[in-house]
Design a protein around this ligand. Structure first.
Ligand code: NI
Length: 155
């Protein structure tokens, strides 16, 4: 990808604060930090627009002994199976589970699935993280639920 130089006029106070922030964040390159901020904001703007496809993860922490919770989590994932690329389950200890559901699809549907999973009684922590692939390219990406990887399993 070609790089174009651009100059940005900043007041010195703002730049000082920015440089301090970069130090805290561990950046050693101001340009890379500015690129990251721009990408992050563009990503957010695309997400806010509510259009298009998103990819993401729903992270869930729960106690698998909680009444019917494992069944409900499985049932919900089957109900929204077209959004789910894969699920990683890790047994943290005797009681607690970590589950990460990798999702893709229309923003509203992904949010709906995530809030239903996270809202299940017994889920102690849940978080949806989304990224919008369209934010990183100039051309339109044609994502559809049919040409993205599908998740197949037997039960
Ligand atoms: Ni488990």
């Amino acid at each position: 990808m070609g790089l174009t130089r651009t100059g940005v006029a900043l007041d010195s106070d703002l730049l000082k604060r920015f440089d301090r922030f970069l130090q805290q964040e561990g950046y050693d390159n101001r340009s890379e930090a500015i690129r990251d901020l721009i990408r992050d904001r563009l990503n957010e703007a695309t997400l806010e627009s509510g259009h298009g496809f998103v990819v993401g993860t729903v992270t869930l922490i729960y106690d698998h002994h909680f009444r019917l919770l494992s069944d409900k989590l499985t049932a919900l994932q089957h109900q929204y199976h077209e959004l789910i690329i894969s699920t990683v389950h890790s047994h943290l200890d005797h009681d607690m589970c970590l589950e990460v559901v990798v999702v893709k699809g229309k923003l509203k549907r992904v949010q709906e699935l995530a809030s239903r999973l996270i809202g299940l009684k017994g889920v102690q922590h849940g978080k949806l993280v989304m990224s919008s692939p369209q934010a990183y390219t100039l051309g339109p990406i044609q994502y559809s639920e049919s040409n993205l990887p599908r998740h197949h399993h037997s039960h």
